[in-house]
Design a protein. Structure first.
Lengths: 220, 220
DNA sequence: TAGATTGTTAATCGATTAACAATC
DNA sequence: TAGATTGTTAATCGATTAACAATC
């Protein structure tokens, strides 16, 4: 964080962090949280780097971009560092998420408990198929898609997961944007077209696995 | 591809393509395959770039890294380009994959039909829980984990997906490496430690979704 | 004090973009 | 021929790594 004086007013430079760094932060956090309770209270960037097999300068630079609690010769207080990372990443305040598509993947995500740790609360899933509505197997409800608009507007939900068949992905995407969704994670191989004010992330598990397979075949 | 003469022998430079490019190739391929049958037989890098909202030079450079079929003023023959990309990415010959963990996610992946298109064949899932063994709901079998070693060795399967609870991830990882698995896709938030000759990819859905959420909250 | 560790400044590396000659 | 499009070479940009001064 940098402070600038401009015409007598203090302007705080918006902490603009690159996406590459942003993707590494949860990895540091995960490791720190996995440390046993009886571990020493401080840790050095060198130690973190060695365990995670990263460059130590990179770790130090990444952490410096987020917080300011490193002490020469001592390192970082683990508790504080966890706190800083969680605060920075927004894991401390909950964000509601809905899922569209209650097929096998949709249901798996709906009942996955691990989201909470990342500040995410899956509220409900939606589907067009009446036979999956209700949901006996989970504590989280599955509603008919016609209820989506009302729920999202009432609860001001802005994040949606698309887990429908690829053919209906674009239609569903357009629909949930109309319902107020602003950020979309798409598990379909179909590349969604969205307005510029909407954020869309594409997760193509099959493509990722195929690249892993290619990497293996090349590793002679 | 470049050819070099060295002491009278033709050496074909190994087509070493960066990971960033590699990740974009399936996107091009997906778009090309989505084109209707009555579309014109040729397409230009400019068109592809515009549709996918990428730089046109980038598209051209990426494609040039893979194939050599672009013709000035005409563009690329769609059929041939699809063929080149599929061949390059290895989607044409099948690779067998096993899944460890037949919980909700494991089962979702087991019955997902979309892998075939990427040259991947999910052979079976494995679990320790006797109640999920057998699998009534799918054409693909679920075996007890004790059968894993034998099957992988018999079929020479080298790719494994870990979809078990985070606590058992490392133990399962060590075990399947012993069984001959060489490339691992881990859906657990736990960061696996693997020997240097083993490839491990980590997919942390919750972390990705959390970053999407953060991006949204910053987009003022 | 000396050693370990931090954060920063400079150098390197790789990827993207811009400019342009080649060509159907 | 002129225009569209390719692939390549050069310039820019961003990220990683190396070097080093500051410090507990």
């Amino acid at each position: 964080m940098y402070y600038f004086f401009a015409e007598g007013v203090i302007i705080i430079e918006p902490k603009c962090i690159s996406r590459v760094i942003l993707k590494r932060l949860p990895i540091y956090l995960g490791y720190l949280k996995s440390l046993p309770n009886d571990a020493p209270p401080h840790i050095s960037a060198t130690t973190i780097a060695n365990v995670l097999q990263m460059g130590e300068v990179q770790v130090r630079k990444d952490l410096a971009a987020v917080c300011d609690i490193g002490k020469p010769k001592i390192g970082y207080k683990v508790r504080d560092l966890i706190d800083e990372l969680e605060t920075f990443l927004g894991f401390k305040d909950m964000n509601d998420v809905i899922i569209v598509g209650a097929g096998k993947l949709g249901k798996a995500l709906l009942s996955y408990e691990g989201f909470r740790e990342y500040g995410l609360s899956i509220v409900a899933a939606f589907d067009v198929d009446d036979t999956v509505i209700g949901n006996m197997n989970s504590t989280k409800p599955i509603y008919h898609i016609s209820k989506l608009s009302d729920l999202c507007q009432r609860m001001n939900i802005q994040i949606g997961i698309i887990a429908v068949p690829a053919e209906s992905a674009q239609a569903i995407c357009d629909y949930i944007i109309k319902c107020g969704i602003k950020a979309i994670m798409n598990f379909t191989p179909y590349l969604l077209k969205v307005p510029s004010d909407i954020i869309a992330h594409h997760v193509n598990i099959a493509a990722s696995l195929a690249l892993l397979s290619k990497q293996l075949s090349e590793q002679t």
